[in-house]
Design a binder for this molecule. Structure first.
Ligand code: PLP
Length: 641
């Protein structure tokens, strides 16, 4: 591998956050592997070019089902090894929390692989349950129901149990237990021996997680039953003679748990609760440890909010070991461990690829335009000119501060009407010239002070990326969650620009000024200079969990095109292409009807024709064009087409 490629791999941190799935080939293109040690790979640039030939333009969401499978295997094998190592006598199964990504392709692929290990599903709403009920699951796998439930929700759960599924109704509120017991009694009278759903309880732990979702745990959490409430559930079950229904204890202290210590503490508390319930002669057998296994988005392997200070093996070791120790201490059998990991399983498999549409200059078009001083230039312009000519490595800081003052003066004089537009323009160019030089000198120092970091951000180029952060990366907007972003080509060339990114929504929140970095967060991203008439593509990675399904319609940017890719011996195979939303699709979400819009537009144009402002021919051309656009993509067409 060339030294330059090695350097770019390091610049973007591919080996840190890539979990072995991503790399760069000799052509300098980003590649995706089905697993860490796989020799086969798919070239992302080639995929995009193939799709373009089919008329599919960026932004495009690429789905690699093999990466979902890879994550399932990693998790399963981590637990298998820990169970063996600690001679744990229970087993481990997952239930996929559907809210993380309800796309049919994801659920089906997950079950195809997961069924081999009795992996099941977790649903948190009636709609998710409805889909879950129709999916084929293995005989021993579970269908766990979390979230608040009404009577219909519980009736659907009973329907699932009678259809043969191992449904677990996790009680979030005591009223849910009452509905459940009533339905169980009715069913027992109507159809004695019918399969009933099981009951679980979600415990509110004292232990909290860490990171952005810390609030999901602790005493003030939204979900979960207190100790008294759990005892009340048991009392009501005993009263109804139905204690055998209670089979599962659940807890979930939040998503993206960054710190393994916190997880261990929660595990101890939950395992103890489990053991105590078991000792009350309740045939409880499942301990559901929730989700929360973190994805190391920045690759720093730390407890930073976009990272995690543990891997799957350490996580499994801690879970298995703690449960075993507590259960042995309490002398109760080891439970089947249920895990609800969504983020960890699905984040890697999806990549959004888009093109940089253009760049937005922050400063002046061409900063090197020679500016000459004229005798009648105003004093402030002369001073800025002087700073530019004499700034050096020793005085750069002081001169930069002087320049800031002069700029302030420039604006004040302009506002008072004392200088012309030309004076102001000249002064601005000189000011940015000083900044550029100050930045250059500052970066030569070993320790760059914060004010120059800020300057670097100001001086950076803004690249306009053809996508919507609200649609495709909502957590970046809402939670400042970081995702790796890298070019999919030219990785055999050193990136020479420092850029920030803007999306194409009309929202100033649609910007990226924080990028993943091994040691910190980068205020700018190293990218290549745009080449005229040549596309420049960026990939936003690890977006398979939450992002696509939580994205919204801001500005009516709809779902992007989607392609399902198989990585084979000879590279990629495009298995399926799903067209993204058209203008018509997006407008329909806000209840605009295409036919009605067409009628109304036609009426407006016909009036113009009647008024003699348009010829009939021109008018009809307008109508025809307007109507033809209803089926176009909501994103920008690539430049030059
Ligand atoms: C959201 C959620 C999960 C999934 O969490 P991840 O961090 O994606 O693993 C699991 N269980 C419950 C109850 C949840 O609400």
């Amino acid at each position: 591998m060339s030294a330059v490629i090695e350097q770019t791999i390091e610049t973007y941190g591919i080996d840190n956050w890539g979990a072995g799935y991503f790399g760069v080939n000799r052509k300098g293109n980003l590649i995706v592997r089905a697993s860490e040690n796989d020799n086969h790979s798919a070239d992302v640039k080639e995929i995009i070019e193939d799709l373009k030939k089919r008329g599919i333009n960026p932004p495009i969401l690429l789905r690699f089902p093999q990466l979902l499978v890879g994550q399932i295997r990693k998790l399963q094998s981590a637990f298998r090894k820990s169970i063996k190592e600690f001679e744990y006598s229970g087993s481990h199964m997952c239930v996929f929390p559907m809210k993380v990504n309800q796309n049919r392709a994801v659920i089906e692929e997950y079950l195809r692989e997961g069924t081999r290990y009795n992996f099941g599903l977790e649903a948190g709403s009636k709609a998710e349950l409805y889909a879950g009920l129709a999916m084929d699951q293995s005989e021993d796998s579970l269908l766990v129901l979390n979230g608040f439930k009404d009577k219909e929700f519980i009736e659907l759960a009973f329907t699932g149990a009678q259809a043969g599924k191992n449904v677990v109704i996790v009680i979030e509120k005591l009223s849910e237990l009452d509905h459940t017991l009533k339905l169980a009694e009715e069913l027992a009278n109507e159809r004695p021996g019918a399969k009933l759903p099981m009951v679980g309880v979600r415990v509110k732990l004292y232990s909290k997680g860490s990171g952005k979702w810390e609030k999901s745990g602790g005493e003030a959490a939204k979900f979960g039953l207190t100790t008294t409430e759990i005892l009340e559930v048991i009392r009501r079950l005993q009263e109804a003679g139905k204690t055998e229904m209670l089979t599962l204890l659940h807890f979930h202290i939040g998503s993206q748990l960054t710190d393994i210590k916190r997880i261990k503490n929660a595990m101890k508390e939950a395992a103890r609760t489990y053991a105590k319930i078991h000792k009350m002669n309740i045939p409880i057998q499942y301990l559901d440890v929730g989700g929360g296994m973190a994805v190391d988005y920045d690759g720093s392997k730390t407890a930073f909010e976009s990272s995690a200070n543990y891997n799957a093996r350490e996580f499994a070791n801690d879970v298995v070991y703690v449960i075993k120790t507590v259960c042995d201490d309490e002398n109760v059998p080891h439970p089947t461990i249920i895990q609800e990991s969504g983020r960890y399983l699905s984040a890697y498999h999806a990549i959004l690829v888009t093109n940089v549409q253009d760049e937005i200059e922050t400063v002046v078009e061409d900063i090197t335009t020679p500016i000459t001083l004229e005798v009648n230039d105003t004093q402030v312009v002369k001073e800025l000119y002087d700073l530019r000519e004499t700034i050096n490595v020793k005085n750069h800081r002081e001169y930069y501060h002087d320049a800031l003052e002069h700029r302030e003066e420039l604006f004040q004089m302009f506002n008072l009407g004392l200088i012309s537009l030309e004076d102001k323009g000249k002064g601005e160019v000189l000011f940015w010239d000083v900044c550029e030089k100050a930045d250059e000198y500052a970066q030569q120092k070993k320790y760059v002070s914060e004010e120059f970091d800020e300057l670097r951000r100001l001086l950076s180029t803004k690249y306009l990326a053809n996508f919507s952060v609200f649609r495709s990366m909502p957590d970046n907007w809402a939670l400042e969650q970081l995702f790796p972003i890298i070019p999919i080509h030219r990785l055999n060339k050193k990136p020479t620009e420092y850029a920030t990114l803007c999306d194409i929504t009309c929202d100033s929140d649609g910007i990226f000024e924080k990028f993943v970095d091994l040691h910190d967060v980068k205020p700018v991203l190293e990218l290549h200079k745009l080449i005229k008439d040549e596309p420049y593509y960026l990939a936003m990675l690890l977006v398979g969990a939450y992002q696509e399904v939580m994205g919204n319609n801001h500005n009516l940017f709809g779902v992007p095109h989607e392609a399902h890719i198989h990585i084979g011996e000879d590279g990629h195979i495009i298995k399926k292409v799903i067209h993204g939303a058209t203008l018509g699709d997006s407008l329909a979400t806000v209840r605009f009807d295409a036919t009605q819009l067409h009628d109304q537009f036609r009426r407006i144009v016909q009036q113009r024709i009647k008024d003699g402002e348009l010829t009939s021919k021109d008018g009809h051309q307008l109508i025809e064009f307007y109507e033809s656009q209803i089926d176009s993509y909501t994103y920008l067409s690539p430049n030059g087409s």
